[in-house]
Design a protein. Structure first.
Length: 211
């Protein structure tokens, strides 16, 4: 699951064009959802307060877990419930490394860009303290990259969220959040869920349960 980006700042398009010119594109992995320079930069600004090192370290830990599994000849469980090993795991390790390399490049470009890469401050009406149905939908929007618009997944291997029992979803997301905090090898959902507060999880669960 991809964590929701709440009240995403607006960036000048020229700053992202400059980044794109300097940095490679992100690799694509089904359970990561759509990856782009803009999406990741916005996520780091909002969820990590612009701390690229903190974000990069999370993915370096995931890489270490995957490399550990590969080195032992064991398998890794992906966020969509699949088990990968052998060549598939090796390919995933390569994509993790590339993701980290691109992230480090973006961090350098962001640092060099200075004010040009600095987001405009969101209005008070768009702040993350918003509550109500609109705010819940905004928080849930980050899940749609993998789980589909309104929680209806287009991928057979990725479960629907729409119509799931609210307390079940709260329980599962809290489990993913805790596993991310303890470095358990469910690489991507755990990392994203770790950034959510308990209130975020409750609101996201309620939103999808009502779909």
């Amino acid at each position: 699951m991809t964590a929701a980006v709440i009240a995403a700042p607006v960036y000048a398009m020229s700053s992202f064009s400059a980044m794109a010119a300097e940095c490679a594109e992100f690799p694509q992995v089904d359970w990561w959802g759509p990856m782009s320079h803009e999406r990741v930069t916005t996520y780091v600004k909002v969820k990590h307060k612009g701390d690229w090192a903190d974000y990069t370290e999370k993915w370096e830990r995931q890489l270490a877990l995957a490399q550990g599994a590969g080195g032992k000849g064991t398998s890794l469980v992906t966020p969509n419930g699949a088990t990968i090993a052998g060549p598939a795991l090796s390919e995933y390790i390569g994509k993790l490394q590339k993701r980290i390399d691109v992230t480090k490049c973006l961090a350098e470009e962001d640092k060099k860009g200075g004010a040009a890469a600095t987001p405009f401050a969101p209005s008070a009406a768009d702040s993350s303290s918003q509550t109500g149905p609109g705010a819940a939908k905004a928080k849930a929007a980050g899940c749609t990259g993998c789980h589909g618009v309104d929680g209806m997944s287009a991928q057979p291997s990725t479960p629907h969220l729409a119509g799931q029992r609210e307390m079940y979803m709260v329980k599962r997301m809290m489990e993913f959040k805790k596993s991310g905090e303890h470095g358990v090898s469910k690489p991507d959902i755990s990392t994203e869920a770790e950034a959510l507060s308990f209130k975020d999880i409750q609101e996201i669960s309620a939103f999808f349960a009502a779909q």
